[in-house]
Design a protein. Structure first.
Lengths: 166, 447
């Protein structure tokens, strides 16, 4: 049997192992997921050109109250994917409460033009119980297997120009 | 379309709109609002141009930007002594020297690019820095055109040229001879020497023998000049040039440097750590900036290539590639990184457009940031387009790049040994490297 015929099932099994299985597991885990919901209050300082803490870590299902203050000029607190957009001026604290119902990794960016490096004023909201990376990493390995299977299946029989002769 | 391409004014007409915008970029950069978000120079160059260049023009149009680019226009017109028509002087103006042989690769362009990229946090946010850079590039292009022959500036000097050269190999567009045997038999070689209909290749190629996109600027002078109508623009599958056994160390390093810079910029500029941005912008003082410079060059020239060299050594061992130097394994397999590198840069550029698109109509309405409303577009407010999807779009683009890199790499493997089984085994460590780098990117996007 040609070697590529034996490699193809291996590649497909790898694809199944790394893509299909994690998807199924993630589905079951999501369906069965029951968490103890917490109330969290997090103080966030906004400044040119960042925030403290830079990464806000919460659990999925938490009720999060952010207490925002701007330490230099006016800033915005915009969270991609959560439709949160709060404006804060120096000298006042602004509270905002939301439920962290979506798991994942969400960029936080300043939504008020706060100075020269404004576009690079970013932070991150991490809502744990995040399967996205596991799925993507599995997809990377699975796609590698699939691309190899595809490439080896259709590999030309002729030796390419420039290949050493043995 | 044929009549359009044969029109002498064709390239002039392509350049002219870009030249108008370019002049506006310099004027607004110098005289306009110093806040980049309110200035056409930053918005048009670093959001609009950069995104379309990397996400569309390169993968779908190869180096078509080089046909439109206004930077070398003044130098080329001076050199030819003509704006549109055939040369008005018998010999091109200027010294017409040849570029030094040792520099006929993309090393110079790569270091020029890195020298500029080290200031990218200022370049992409401060209008006057962008304007001064553009003006300096035009001045440099004129000087190089007057000292060296033809498009030496575009081919070997331009800081953007290096990565356009590398990533144009992935493109689906190419200029090639329809039938190379006609070119071989043809004595006149008008595509090189020029004719009444077109200039000889300004990029100093032999168009009849073109088999890679790297140094073709799609000016289409060869299409005009060919008396047999044998030169054509055509489509092809993605990444075909990467399978050609033409390998250069400078291009191998460029693929690693670009991959590293995409990773570095994602961490420094688009990451959540304010202290890293302070290092890169000198706000934390000169020592921190110098440390950033050391990380920038060290990771690009030593760390990333060093790690890849180690995996290349593994590839040689695992594949049993006796008699094949590790350097050859390194250089050959580095071309497999090109699709992943391009995908990483597209992924880096996606949020620029998806988040900040509203600045474009604003800048068109008020290019100087003085409060104008020229086209009634000023009312667009900052309104990110589906921002929650950004990480998923980025991850998907990167995974596509990974799959294509694996596909290309597994084909490249056959170049190192005629033994198919050894070739496949030798590629496995490289596939692991591609996966490790991809996991790094995925961690940044969605981890």
């Amino acid at each position: 049997m040609p070697r590529h015929r034996t490699l193809q099932p291996i590649a497909l099994l790898t694809f199944a192992a790394f893509v299909v299985t994690p998807l199924a597991v993630a589905g079951f885990a999501g369906a069965a997921h029951v968490t103890a919901h917490h109330q969290r209050t997090i103080e966030v300082s906004l400044f040119q050109y960042g925030m403290d803490p830079g990464v806000i870590d919460v659990e999925q299902g938490d009720t999060v109250t952010l207490v925002l203050n701007a330490t230099d000029v006016a800033h915005g607190f915009f969270v991609d994917g959560y439709e949160i957009d709060v404006h804060v001026v120096p000298g006042s604290k602004v509270s905002y409460t939301f439920e962290a119902d979506k798991a994942g990794h969400f960029n936080i960016r300043c939504s008020m033009n706060c100075g020269v490096f404004h576009p690079y004023m970013l932070g991150r909201l991490e809502v744990r119980e995040n399967w996205n990376f596991v799925l993507a990493a599995s997809a990377a390995v699975g796609l590698t297997a699939l691309a190899l299977a595809f490439s080896w299946r259709g590999a030309p029989d002729t030796v390419p120009e420039g290949a050493p002769k043995t | 379309m044929r009549w359009l391409v044969n029109l002498r004014a064709f390239q002039y007409l392509l350049i002219l709109p870009g030249l108008v915008v370019f002049i506006l970029v310099i004027l607004t950069g110098i005289y306009g609002n110093p806040n980049g978000a309110h200035n056409l120079s930053i918005v048009f160059v670093w959001i609009l141009w950069w995104f379309f260049l990397i996400a569309f023009l390169v993968p779908f149009g190869s180096r078509v930007w080089c046909a439109v680019c206004p930077i070398p226009a003044a130098g080329e017109w001076l050199q030819r002594g003509a704006l549109i028509g055939k040369p008005t002087v018998e010999r091109p103006r200027g010294l017409g020297l040849k570029w030094p042989r040792r520099l006929r690769n993309i090393w110079f362009s790569t270091f020029f690019f890195m020298g500029i990229a080290i200031f990218s946090i200022y370049l992409t946010t401060t209008p006057v820095v962008t304007a001064v850079l553009m003006a300096l590039l035009i001045g440099l292009a004129v000087a190089v055109h007057l000292v060296f022959e033809k498009r030496t500036f575009c081919k070997y000097v331009c800081p953007v040229g290096g990565f356009l050269s590398l990533y144009s190999m992935t493109s689906i567009l190419e200029v090639r001879a329809r039938d190379p045997t006609i070119c071989e038999a043809h004595v006149g070689k008008e595509c090189v020497k020029g004719s009444n209909c077109g200039f000889g290749c300004p990029w100093m190629n032999y168009p009849g023998g073109l088999d890679r996109n790297n140094y073709c600027g799609l000016c289409l002078e060869c299409v005009k000049a060919c008396p047999y109508d044998n030169m054509t623009v055509r489509t092809r599958p993605f990444g075909r040039d990467l399978l050609k056994p033409h390998r250069e160390t400078a291009e191998a390093f460029k693929s690693l440097i670009m991959l590293n810079l995409a990773l570095l910029y994602l961490v420094v500029l688009l990451g959540p750590n304010a202290w890293l941005k302070d290092w890169a912008s000198m706000r934390a003082g000169l020592p921190s900036y110098l440390l950033f410079v050391a990380i920038f060059f060290g990771s690009s020239l030593l760390l990333m290539p060093g790690a890849f060299f180690a995996f290349s050594w593994l590839a040689k061992r695992v594949g049993g590639l006796k008699g094949v130097p590790v350097k050859r394994v390194f250089v050959t397999y580095a071309y497999a990184l090109v699709p992943l590198g391009l995908a990483a840069w597209i992924a880096f550029s996606i949020p620029l457009m998806q988040i900040n698109w509203a600045y474009i109509p604003q800048a068109a309405a008020d290019p100087y940031g003085w409060g104008w409303d020229l086209l009634g577009l000023k009312s667009f407010s900052w309104n990110p387009f589906l921002p929650g999807l950004v990480p998923f779009v980025q991850a998907s683009v990167l995974l596509l790049g990974l799959a294509y890199s694996v596909f290309i790499g597994s084909r490249i493997a056959n170049e190192l040994t005629p033994d198919r089984a050894r070739a496949r085994r030798s590629f496995l460590p490289i596939a692991a490297y591609l996966n490790l780098v991809s996991l790094g990117f995925l961690w940044i996007f969605i981890g």
